[in-house]
Design a protein around this ligand. Structure first.
Ligand SMILES: [Zn+2]
Length: 126
């Protein structure tokens, strides 16, 4: 499996894992969407994120990214795309940024994420 470069520590150590979610989330099957989840985790500094791709009935899709699972508050962003086939950042119609369940500005969100990455970086160079 291909490895990606970690944005936090710069090592080529990010490995995506397919995640199988349990069936308790009935909402998704009701939408008729398909779901695909991946969990990316850095083996060096511990940075991680979860991506959940959901197709919607009109051929569009959303991808939800949850960064650094297990830390509070939850840093989450949602990409809205009008095309579920070509999933690239260029195709994102709109990004939504959340800290916990509260919608925030992109700049606030990025600041929060960058603070956390600084912290991880500091921990892993020690
Ligand atoms: Zn890393």
């Amino acid at each position: 499996m291909e490895k990606l470069t970690c944005k936090t520590c710069g090592c080529q150590s990010l490995q995506p894992m397919q995640v199988v979610l349990d069936d308790e989330d009935d909402d998704l099957s009701l939408l008729g969407g398909e779901q695909e989840s991946r969990f990316y985790s850095c083996q060096v500094c511990g940075d991680n994120w979860l991506s959940v791709k959901e197709k919607t009935t009109d051929g569009a899709c959303t991808i939800t990214f949850v960064h650094q699972m297990g830390t509070a508050p939850v840093l989450k962003r949602i990409a809205h795309m009008d095309n579920a086939i070509v999933v690239e950042t260029d195709n994102v119609d709109e990004w939504e940024y959340y800290v916990d369940e509260e919608r925030v500005d992109e700049s606030d969100w990025r600041e929060e994420l960058s603070d956390r990455r600084d912290l991880l970086r500091a921990t892993c160079t020690n």
